[in-house]
Design a protein around this ligand. Structure first.
Ligand code: ATP
Ligand code: MG
Length: 361
């Protein structure tokens, strides 16, 4: 049995449907992420799981028990928000001890649990400090410790790293993975940052306008997007408008208006004469100064229109002779400021027939 079962849950605000008929089961021990753009309903769904809000339709079950009648404070579920909401007048120790005090846990046991939790978030040496004496990342770790100290069945995290700068955020992502593994508590994590979702999660539900577009493990969300929205939202992606001309077991033939015939991997969802897009990641696209040895399939000439150097990689935007723009990514593995191509350089763009992924409309 799944730990958490969300069955056909809907939430309306007046005419507006914020969450529409959503069904999800989350397994015990899972790091599950709700990912989607601002306003897609992530927080609304989380609030219903926590018990701060009620669905207009559907059911939420925890360990097989319907939560409808159980008020928020009696659910074995805690939430960590972007704002840490620590008690400013309590020390780190007392902040973390607070839920145990409320639950009348005897002092000796309380002490052991707080000490173990502070150790898990690497804050044992800050136990006597007040929140304002801590960095943002440290404050967020205290909030995590406080939420985990009484061992909830489920921890909900609503953009908990949103307020942190990029470097700290990446450090905290690694910490979160380790912490979740160590405590073995199920996490439901909310973010609108796709790279964060890919890095952290066992599974991801990509949401759009209150619906789930795709629920899958990260590599499938990235490599085999089921809709145009998912392909576009998750990472940088070339989306080539295409019509299916032939479906063979070994691959698809597509007609791309500007490019002509293009070969793509087979996809059981494809039908002859169907319209869709070929989603092609920039790192799957080769860019070379001369035509590759076999320039027959998926191979086109063009010139460099633009490029973006971001240190480890450079993304080139190429205008093909036939008018199509396409992005190709090159890793900067050579030392120094590697720059392979200049603006206006003549280049060849190619990709393997097994690269890319066709997505029907
Ligand atoms: N109490 C409310 N009354 C009316 N509309 C609401 C209420 N709460 C949320 N909404 C609307 O429901 C939609 C979903 O909101 P929600 O907060 O769940 O989005 P989100 O995915 O968490 O976005 P973000 O990434 O910006 O936090 C939004 O359009 C929002 O305006
Ligand atoms: Mg939100």
């Amino acid at each position: 049995m799944a730990l958490l079962e969300i069955r056909k849950v809907t939430r309306r605000f007046g005419e507006y449907v914020a969450v529409r008929d959503v069904s999800i089961s989350v397994e015990s021990g899972e790091f599950f992420t709700l990912l989607g753009p601002s306003g897609c309903g992530k927080t609304t769904l989380l609030r219903m799981i926590a018990g701060f809000d009620q669905p207009d339709g559907g059911q939420i079950l925890l360990d097989g028990q319907d939560l409808a009648e159980l008020p928020a404070e009696r659910r074995p579920i805690h939430t960590v928000f972007q704002s840490y909401a620590l008690f400013p007048h309590l020390t780190v120790w007392d902040n973390v001890a607070f839920p145990l005090k409320m639950a009348d846990i005897p002092p000796a046991q309380r002490k052991a649990q707080v000490a173990a939790m502070l150790d898990a978030v690497h804050l044992s040496d800050r136990a006597g400090h007040f929140p304002h004496e801590l960095s943002g990342g440290q404050q967020q770790r205290v909030a995590l410790a406080r939420a985990l100290v009484d061992q909830p069945r489920l921890l909900l995290l609503d953009e908990p790293l949103g307020a942190l700068d990029r470097q700290l955020r990446e450090e905290m992502q690694l910490e979160l993975i380790k912490l979740q593994r160590a405590v073995g508590i199920t996490f439901i994590f909310v973010t609108h940052d796709q790279s964060e979702a890919l890095a952290l999660s066992h599974r991801i539900a990509v949401m759009k306008d209150g619906d789930i577009e795709q629920l899958d493990e990260p590599s499938k969300i990235y490599g085999l997007p089921r809709t145009r929205f998912v392909a576009d939202f998750i990472g940088n992606c070339n989306l080539l408008e295409a019509t299916v001309t032939a479906c063979r077991p070994d691959g698809l033939q597509l007609q791309v208006p500007a490019l002509g015939a293009v070969e793509a991997p087979s996809n059981t969802a494809a039908q002859p004469s169907q319209h869709g897009v070929l989603a092609l990641r920039p790192e799957q696209v080769h860019i070379t100064p001369r035509p590759p040895a076999e320039c027959t399939l998926n191979c086109f000439a063009g010139k460099v229109l633009d490029f973006l150097y971001v240190g480890d990689v450079t993304t080139y935007k190429v205008a093909l002779d036939n008018g199509q723009a396409i992005q190709a990514l090159l890793p900067n593995t050579a030392p120094g400021r590697a720059k392979f191509f200049e603006l206006g350089d003549r280049v060849w763009i190619s990709w393997a027939p097994e690269a890319g992924h066709y997505v029907p409309d």
